[in-house]
Design a protein around this ligand. Structure first.
Ligand SMILES: Cc1cc2nc3c(=O)[nH]c(=O)nc-3n(C[C@H](O)[C@H](O)[C@H](O)COP(=O)(O)OP(=O)(O)OC[C@H]3O[C@@H](n4cnc5c(N)ncnc54)[C@H](O)[C@@H]3O)c2cc1C
Length: 419
């Protein structure tokens, strides 16, 4: 027997209350639409609360739309309309208007001045309430019913939602424990959409070297990491990295992870850390000589911390084959050169990437050529819209991915409200 279900009617039903869905709900209701927001968790925006190490890197200060979209590779062109409609400056203004002050950090990363992702979350919860959006949490969607090329209703466990328009913003597959389990891909595929294979991106890199676990938690600033294959340099990045128990993470590693994964698919690769990128080999040699000369009777283990984080010293000496108790004056030229080359080219062997559990975002998703970039409306199902990470768009770290949610959510909400 089918249970009796209450019928809820509205102008726009949004499935998925992450950043994209919440922004769409706020904008659509501002435009006068009666909005129902459906979320399967006990509360909206669980992933949002974790963003930027709970500080939420809201967006990036790159205000030039062309420059901004170039960070998304070939798919970036699709974003242009959404960014022109609601771009970085509009986003900052939106947050200020809702009493969340912002600040800019290194690399143009924009955070709430309070350093609290919770403030961004509260902004949306309060805006949703004030605008009269009906928020249904812990709701399980049984089915989406189609009639011709339109959605007729969404069947929940205890209710039927009948809406003029529908928006799917269920995110990707990364950090599935936050609710992003790819449900939207399944529905979209059933409705005829093409799904570009979802893959983990912005994810830590695993390395073969077992001793790396001793360095867990050590962060590196101002290093250059280069990746080679068949002795040829493929790419490099300068900035911050972090040792994990099983490999490397941190901004530059996350940004290179997709390319490292691609490289590993075609064969083994090598990774080198340059701890002193500001000095060339000759300058570094002089610097080491000066440190050794000025500390002739100290042991090398006490001299190296001038050049390296303390936690790396013993490891570096072991790799160089130098006893930590040797005095500065006893280090031979060969040993000095060995140290210099390890400081400039410390080798590690990448063996793979961590999966969706630890990936910041998902690459792949709904094929962009099946969505109207001016409205975010499906070209296949006339009353369906998409927004956020479910789309086949992936940007680097630095606030780019949340901006996709703000821009596409705002545009989709506004378009769906007008239609
Ligand atoms: C640890 C971490 C840190 C990050 N930090 C940053 C950062 O600082 N800056 C940045 O730009 N990006 C960051 N990101 C990426 C960013 O969080 C995502 O790109 C963004 O959350 C995607 O938003 P979304 O609304 O599209 O989807 P999501 O945030 O994934 O939200 C989707 C929502 O849909 C709900 N849902 C799913 N299926 C159903 C269903 N069947 N029924 C009802 N509801 C459903 C989910 O429960 C969830 O609430 C980070 C990601 C992670 C994992």
């Amino acid at each position: 027997m089918t249970p009796d279900r209450q019928t809820i009617t509205c102008d726009l039903a949004i499935i998925g209350a992450g950043p994209a869905g919440m922004m769409a709900a706020v904008r659509a209701s501002e435009c006068g639409a009666r909005v129902v927001l459906l979320e399967k968790n006990h509360m909206p925006g669980i992933k949002l609360l974790m963003t930027g190490k709970e500080r939420c890197n809201i967006t990036n200060a790159e205000t030039d739309a062309r420059e901004f979209t170039s960070r998304f590779g070939k798919s970036g062109k699709f974003l242009m309309n959404a960014l022109y409609h609601f771009g970085v400056e509009d986003t900052i203004e939106f947050f200020h208007r809702h009493k969340v002050k912002t600040k800019v950090e290194r690399g143009g990363r924009i955070f709430p001045a309070s350093d609290r992702a919770g403030d961004v979350h509260e902004l949306f919860i309060s805006a949703i309430r004030k605008k009269g959006v009906t928020l249904l949490t812990q709701c399980r969607i049984d089915k989406i019913i189609l009639k011709g090329n339109a959605i007729e209703s969404v069947i929940l466990k205890n209710a039927v939602v009948r809406s003029i328009n529908y928006l799917i913003s269920t995110g990707g597959l990364s950090y599935p424990r936050t609710g992003s389990t790819g449900d939207g891909y399944t529905w979209a595929r059933q409705m005829g959409h093409t799904i570009i294979r979802p893959q983990p991106a912005l994810t830590p890199v695993l390395v073969k070297e077992q001793w790396i676990k001793d360095l867990e938690g050590l962060s590196l600033k101002n290093v250059r990491i280069s990746v080679y294959q068949h002795n040829r340099k493929k790419f490099d990045r300068f900035g911050e990295a972090l040792f994990t128990g099983s490999g490397l993470s941190g901004p530059i590693i996350l940004d290179m992870s997709k390319s490292i994964g691609d490289l590993l698919n075609s064969g083994p690769a090598d990774l080198y850390i340059d701890f002193k990128p500001a000095l060339d080999a000759a300058q570094l040699d002089k610097r080491i000589l000066r440190d050794l000369d000025g500390n002739r009777n100290r042991s090398i283990r006490n001299i190296l911390p001038r050049l390296l984080p303390v936690r790396l010293v013993l490891l570096m000496l072991k790799q160089a084959g130098i006893s930590p108790d040797r005095k500065g004056h006893s280090i031979t030229r060969e040993e000095r050169i060995k140290l210099r080359s390890l400081l400039k080219q410390f080798p590690l062997t990448p063996k793979g990437l961590l999966g969706f559990d630890k990936a910041i975002i998902t690459t792949g998703g709904i094929a962009l050529n099946e969505i109207n970039p001016k409205t975010m409306q499906s070209k296949l199902i006339r009353n369906l819209y998409f927004a956020g990470e479910i789309l086949d768009l992936d940007g680097p770290t630095g606030g780019y991915n949340l901006q996709v949610c703000w821009s596409t959510g705002y545009l989709a909400g506004e378009s769906a409200a007008a239609n």
